[in-house]
Design a protein around this ligand. Structure first.
Ligand code: G3P
Ligand code: CA
Length: 267
């Protein structure tokens, strides 16, 4: 498969496993990456944050409470923010039992561990900088880790997009590493797209308020790498919604159910 979908050429959208195959395995764990691979997802999406002692870890919420047993292990540490725990403390937590007993003992992965697992499956990564305003300098730190792990080598060409709701963070990523593809989360007004097209290759909105007209409007702009801006929509979990959104002409579909979406697009 090509890495960049030729806009409006009839190629089906890329299927991107949201927090891994998160309908089937605990979100943002290595098990969710494995499950995405088993379901044939070429792309996985994750959420990157930072610990108290400066380690990059993969977790969606700014608190550890919902997806780990942190309340039991560290009862006096409410509200259990990622930024208030060390990497060693977080490595003790169970990030799987909340989802199902068969996942007991799953861990919150470090970004390094996560990159290795994605690599193992030869997958591609839509990496979200989550809450970047909480973690000054996380843009450069993440790029440095990616570089150290070989993600800017030829072997990894076209296998990475960095996305964020944070406009400033995304602009910083582009300035620090202009070759990296980036995605701005949200649905900005069409009038604002020229400014975003200076540093964002993708505009990635919720599918709920999306339309064919908006997707076409985005495609009409040229991104920082000289190609039309792309659109990946989230979080699309049914066959019916996947077919509808594909009909809008999106380039990517971000889903907890990569198997369902893949089958819907094929059928
Ligand atoms: O990839 C898009 C989606 O992940 C953005 O929302 O809250 O699931 O990170 P959220
Ligand atoms: Ca995300």
């Amino acid at each position: 498969a090509t890495d960049v979908r030729a806009v409006e050429d009839g190629t089906p959208p890329e299927v991107i496993a949201h927090r891994g195959a998160s309908a089937h395995a605990p979100e943002n764990t290595l098990a969710a990456v494995d499950k995405a691979a088993a379901l044939g997802a070429v792309w996985v999406e994750n959420d990157v944050q930072r610990t108290k002692d400066g380690a990059l870890v993969v977790l969606h919420d700014d608190s550890l409470r919902r997806t780990t047993d942190v309340e039991e292990v560290f009862p006096g540490r409410a509200p259990w923010k990622v930024k208030d725990f060390t990497a060693a403390e977080i490595s003790r937590l169970d990030a799987g039992s909340w989802f199902g007993a068969s996942y007991a003992g799953a861990r919150v992965p470090t970004l390094r561990q996560y990159l290795h697992r994605v690599d193992l499956h030869h997958q591609k990564l839509l990496l979200e900088l989550k809450n970047p305003e909480l973690y000054p300098g996380i843009e450069g730190q993440t790029l440095k880790l990616l570089s150290n792990e070989g993600w800017f080598d030829r072997r990894h060409e076209n296998r990475l997009v960095v996305q964020s709701f944070g406009v400033a963070a995304l602009r910083t990523v582009h300035e620090l590493k202009p070759g990296v593809r980036t995605g701005l989360l949200g649905k900005p007004a069409v009038a604002d797209l020229p400014a975003y097209a200076d540093f964002a290759d993708q505009i990635n909105p919720s599918y709920t308020a999306l339309s064919a007209a908006y997707v076409s409007a985005v495609h009409a702009f040229t991104g920082p790498h000289g190609r039309p801006l792309e659109v990946s929509a989230w979080t699309v979990n049914t066959a019916e919604a996947a077919r509808r959104v594909a009909g809008y002409g999106v380039d990517g579909i971000i889903t907890n159910e990569p198997g369902v979406v893949r089958d819907a697009l094929a059928g």
